[in-house]
Design a protein around this ligand. Structure first.
Ligand code: GLN
Length: 284
């Protein structure tokens, strides 16, 4: 079978071209960014071994397994992250949050020391690592409740040559025993925020439940973060969180109730109100 025929066959199973190309490159042992290779070699025959491997990947994708779990990695903000079933797959929606964080850190006037950043529930480490990659002078901490997830984040931080201080534990409990109160110029988090009975969960069965679901209203974890943020921020420091498409107003009021000012939200690339942030007052 020729490369072009293998692609047409897989697309006839209603898979997206982009996913098919990524899976074929993965079967060929090539970089999944190298789509130009498939175009230049579309008349090349595939060996039976490679086709067998490719059709196994296609079968898994056809059963709705995310392509990122099949290839074991996912691009986020131009960087390549290892993913495993212990980690949420980084989403393009979340790029809005990281972009906002980078903007805040660039405009914050931190004098006489490097800015300090905390990423809560780091998963693959995509937020912490992207921030450190773009702003290497920041000191970055990242927490996760699961040790196996932290191992993936540690792998990514090493592979992407970004030094991150990893902490294990639930939200701010990860800081216990550290002298880090009152310490962060920016706290960022993309916590679980889906309602326990939400119908969207039916299409997310491969991803870790604890990274997706947050109680009956989807707000349990956002409440914990909002409640504890103020005492961990420096005066003028920002809390930025991602949330569900219809949670913007509720999260804004949570931040207000917990003493943050300048509360505002931002939209993701699909135009959905996706993240909300607030600042600890400079003078109290
Ligand atoms: N911070 C990671 C991400 O945005 C993990 C988020 C999570 O597991 N809820 O992908």
């Amino acid at each position: 079978m020729l490369i072009k025929d293998a692609i047409s066959w897989a697309m006839s199973l209603s898979l997206e071209k982009n996913d098919v190309q990524i899976l074929l490159l993965h079967a060929l042992g090539r970089s999944t960014f190298d789509k130009a290779y498939l175009i230049a070699h579309d008349q090349d025959p595939l060996s039976s071994n490679i086709f067998e491997q490719f059709s196994e990947f296609i079968t898994r994708a056809h059963r709705s397994e995310p392509v990122a779990y099949i290839t074991g990695h996912k691009e986020f903000y131009g960087l390549n992250f290892k993913v495993t079933p212990d980690t949420l797959i980084p989403r393009p929606d979340t790029e809005t949050l990281v972009e906002w964080a980078i903007e805040c850190l660039k405009t914050l006037k931190v004098l006489g020391r490097p800015p300090r950043v905390l990423d809560l529930g780091t998963g693959t480490g995509c937020l912490a690592i992207t921030i450190k990659h773009h702003l290497p002078s920041c000191i970055v901490w990242a927490s996760d409740i699961k040790n196996t997830t932290l191992e993936v984040a540690k792998h990514n931080s090493k592979a992407l040559k970004t030094e991150i201080n990893f902490l294990e534990g639930s939200w701010f409990k990860a800081l216990e025993g550290e002298t880090l109160k009152d310490n962060f110029d920016l706290i960022i988090s993309n916590p679980p925020y889906i309602k326990a009975n939400d119908s969207h969960l039916a299409s997310l069965t491969f991803e870790p439940e604890h990274a997706l679901i947050s109680g009956a209203e989807g707000l349990d974890d956002l409440k914990i973060i909002a409640l504890n943020a103020l005492e961990h921020l420096t005066p003028g420091g920002w809390l930025l969180v991602e949330h569900g498409y219809n949670q913007g107003l509720e999260v804004q009021s949570l931040l207000h109730q917990n003493g943050l000012i300048e509360v505002q939200s931002r939209h993701d690339i699909a135009g959905i109100c996706r993240c909300t942030g607030g600042q600890r007052p400079k003078m109290e």
